[in-house]
Design a binder for this molecule. Structure first.
Ligand code: DX5
Ligand code: ZN
Length: 228
């Protein structure tokens, strides 16, 4: 299985859509299917209306893969959990701009803990929310659904935000990622790539594929490659 797209766009699988009774098997499929990254959605029931899982679950799965793991913190004041996740082997730690009173300090703490720092934007948050922080961060994550649940419909109006962020060099020239999360499937992935995304995050598009996880990854990879 190839683990790289022709256009260097990478694919991350959101574990939110995995079968949690078979988590080890699901992660093995991601390893075997050429997935580029694992996306770990943490929800607190306050910033978003849903609750998921935390650092103890990451501790169990970390030994099962050498793929990078990004922690998507849909949590109020996520800085409280930086050390917990760093200790159990998170590679990236992505916080919501809307959830941090002290975003600059939070980004510095993430980097000081040895992780790459990402900042996510809800659909209703403008790019300008990042004006003061963009040179300091390793990843912007554009939400193309309102966070809280998998399986929602892609919000096409967010493509303009992706394109605006893609143009903001030299931020991208430093190798920072422009990630897209929510409703990414074979039909929506090409538009994200054309807008300038470098990392596509997909949950149900991969795990709910009728022929299984490896087929889901391959289908998404083909859609990414078709975008040129
Ligand atoms: C939504 C999560 C996403 C979600 C994506 O709140 O942040 O990562 O799992 O799932 P799909 O791809 O099904 O929209
Ligand atoms: Zn996510």
């Amino acid at each position: 299985m190839t683990s790289e797209s022709d256009n260097n766009v990478r694919i991350a699988a959101s574990l939110l859509a995995a079968d949690f009774s078979q988590l080890g098997r699901e992660i093995k499929s991601l390893n075997d299917g050429g997935c580029d990254e694992i996306h770990f959605d943490v929800m607190d029931g306050a910033f978003v209306p849903n609750i998921t899982f935390g650092a103890p679950v990451l501790e169990w799965i970390r030994p099962l893969t050498s793929l990078p793991i990004d922690i998507h913190m849909m949590v109020q004041e996520p800085a409280r959990f930086i050390d917990d996740f760093a200790r159990v082997g998170a590679d990236h730690f992505t916080v919501h701009a809307e959830a941090c009173a002290h975003l600059h300090a939070t980004v510095q703490s993430i980097k000081a803990a040895g992780m790459r720092a990402g900042v996510a934007l809800n659909p209703g948050t403008p790019v300008s929310a990042l004006d003061e922080i963009l040179p300091d961060i390793d990843r912007v994550l554009v939400m193309t659904v309102n966070p809280g649940y998998g399986g929602q419909a892609f919000i096409g109006g967010q493509l303009a935000k992706i394109a605006a962020l893609a143009e903001q060099l030299p931020w991208r020239a430093d190798g920072a990622d422009l990630a897209v999360d929510g409703g990414v499937k074979v039909d929506t992935a090409p538009g994200c790539v054309e807008a300038g995304a470098s990392l596509l995050i997909s949950g149900t598009g991969i795990f709910n594929h009728p022929d299984g996880v490896i087929a889901g990854l391959a289908a998404l990879r083909a859609a990414v490659n078709d975008a040129g």
